[in-house]
Design a protein around this ligand. Structure first.
Ligand code: PEP
Ligand code: MG
Length: 563
């Protein structure tokens, strides 16, 4: 069994198709019939363009407009007059088409990759892709093609690129295994959006797995089993049947309000990492966005995104959500989220250091973009890692400054915007009453709150036994935060992973939580769990568990009561 990153839930059982990049080496030779060679180059260009146009159409059909745009750039580079002239001139002098193409594109590649402007540098990668495509066409080699795989295929690939994802046929590909990528990588996000089970970062997967091997992929656990025994196969077949039946049953909750069994309505919204994820939120029936982790915009870029870039991204989410609420968290970097170009100092204790709201200089650009986007959707601002009321006051003062500036500049914006606190530190929990009096909403970030409360890093295996939401200290903290928020009459939501925990949902309902923000594919499942409880039943459970002294006892009691 091989293990990797559990990137997309579900069980895939099928036959491996290992996608190996073809060998594009060639021996340069002197050409006599230069006209025939020029015709060979023209034919290679035609075949490359036909293939690329097909991929563009596939992407557009799947709503992947951004990826289609990347491939449009490939067409431009294949049709570029300057490049075509250099290739044909070299062929006319007797160079073979492979070498002429290789030289011309390599020259442009070198030129673009050394440019100052990031946009030009990014295009260097497109030029390299076109070189690969044309060389493959000239050499008659097949590039990795995922569009013609037989049914029940499991794709095993080094890296899953945008042009490959365009080709993937969801009807035929039952799982994906890669050698690179983490849970938040582009590949992971696409696999989740396409709901294809995936395990990423499996070391040497393309060497250890052979095309034709029978493979089981357990996307939830991050396991890949090659050549399973009959017994293993039956166990996974049963698990796959259960997964499919459960998913089908959840469809009954689509389009329904999120209500408890006794009729209390709550808001069920999605966590997203980039603007296109909002499409998945809509597809999974989210009632809004409860957390847009805006730092991904910053992490995906080589420099601070401009106000215009940020405005476009926030506006896009607002428009996709069609007036439903969208909470955008202001930049939360530092700690585990590094942004190299920001040159933040290396620290011994980055989690207790210079992060998130603690360096507000970058804030005004973001706040201006958010105020402008609020004219096109229902945008709310959320401030991460708050520990003191001064921080909320500071952000609110900056928002007022930005409004004045935008007004003076005559820029379109909507100043009627809520500012909320992300409650994810023990300090914020202890002063929840003070914070609730001066902000518009709370959203509890349990991922960090558990870590800071238990002094246990969420990524550190050795302290994982401490890191869980069933700890009595964490439960008391949650009860306190939610209680103070409810008392002050503000919305109290939760955007940490605990919001989707079926064991904890009744506890959160009893505490008074009114918004649950979870990953898009969890929406219908959470709606079902909420519908299984009355508040009175949840209160009874809470009465019992709040007397318990260890997280193991709490977990056992919640498990026994689970619905
Ligand atoms: C959290 O801390 O609970 C949270 C939602 O934010 P992140 O996981 O991005 O720190
Ligand atoms: Mg956090």
């Amino acid at each position: 069994m091989y293990s990797g990153v559990n990137a997309s839930d579900g069980i895939g059982i099928g036959v491996a198709s290992v996608a190996i990049e073809p060998d594009l080496s060639y021996t340069p030779k002197k050409i006599e019939d230069t006209e025939a060679e020029a015709a060979r180059y023209a034919a290679a260009r035609d075949s490359f363009m036909a293939m690329t146009n097909k991929q563009i159409a596939n992407m557009q059909a799947k709503g992947l407009e951004k990826e289609a745009g990347i491939l449009n750039a490939h067409i431009e580079f294949a049709e570029d007059d300057g490049i075509i002239d250099s290739v044909t001139m070299a062929i006319a002098e007797g160079m073979c088409a492979e070498q002429a193409v290789d030289n011309a594109y390599t020259m442009y590649y070198d030129m673009f990759s050394q440019m100052e402007d990031e946009l030009f540098r990014e295009r260097a990668a497109d030029i390299a892709d076109v070189r690969t495509g044309l060389l493959a066409a000239l050499l008659g080699k097949e590039l990795v093609d995922l569009s013609t795989l037989p049914e029940n295929s499991i794709v095993v690939v080094g890296e899953l690129t945008p042009s490959m994802t365009a080709d993937i046929d969801k009807e035929h590909v039952v799982a994906i295994v890669t050698e690179t990528g983490g849970r938040t990588s582009h590949a992971a996000i696409i696999c989740r959006a396409m709901e294809i089970p995936a395990v990423l970062s499996v070391a040497d997967a393309t060497k250890n797995i052979k095309s034709g091997d029978l493979v089981v992929v357990d996307g939830a656990k991050g396991n890949v089993i090659v050549d399973p025994s009959d017994e293993e196969l039956e166990t996974y077949r049963e698990a796959a049947r259960k997964f499919a039946a459960d998913k089908a049953a959840l469809e009954a909750y689509r389009g329904k309000p999120t209500v408890t069994a006794d009729g209390k309505e709550v808001l069920l919204v999605a966590n997203i990492g980039n603007p296109s994820d909002a499409n998945a939120a809509v597809e999974h029936d989210a009632e809004g966005v409860g957390l847009f982790r805006s730092e991904f915009l910053f992490m995906d870029s080589q420099q601070l995104p401009s106000e215009e870039e940020q405005f476009a991204a926030y506006q896009k989410v607002g428009l996709i959500m069609k007036g439903k609420p969208v909470i955008i968290r202001t930049l939360d970097v530092g700690g585990d989220k590094e942004i190299p170009y920001m040159d933040l100092p290396k620290e011994e204790n980055p989690f207790l250091g210079y992060r998130a709201i603690r360096y507000p200089e970058e804030y005004k650009v973001q706040l201006r973009a958010l105020l402008r986007a609020n004219a096109h959707g229902d945008i709310k601002i959320m401030v991460p890692l708050v520990t003191a009321i001064d921080e909320i006051r500071q952000v609110k003062a900056l928002v007022e400054e930005c409004k004045k500036e935008l007004k003076a500049e005559g820029v379109d914006f909507n100043g009627d915007i809520e500012v909320g606190t992300m409650v994810e530190t023990p300090s914020a929990s202890l002063i929840a009453d003070i914070l609730a009096a001066e902000c518009d909403f709370f959203s509890i970030g349990t991922n960090d709150l558990i870590g800071y409360t238990m002094c246990a890093d969420r990524g550190q295996d050795k302290v994982a036994y401490l890191y869980n939401p069933y700890q009595p200290s964490v439960l008391r903290s949650l009860q306190r935060i939610i209680g103070e928020g409810v008392k002050a009459g503000i919305m109290v939501g939760m955007c940490g992973e605990a919001a989707a925990d079926p064991l904890l949902i009744p506890v959160l309902l009893s505490f008074g939580l009114t918004e649950f923000s979870v990953s898009a594919p969890s929406i219908l499942r959470v709606r079902r769990t909420i519908s299984n409880w009355t508040i009175a039943e949840a209160d009874e459970l809470v009465e019992k568990i709040m007397k318990l002294k260890t997280s193991a006892e709490v977990r056992a009691a919640l498990q026994a009561a689970a619905r």
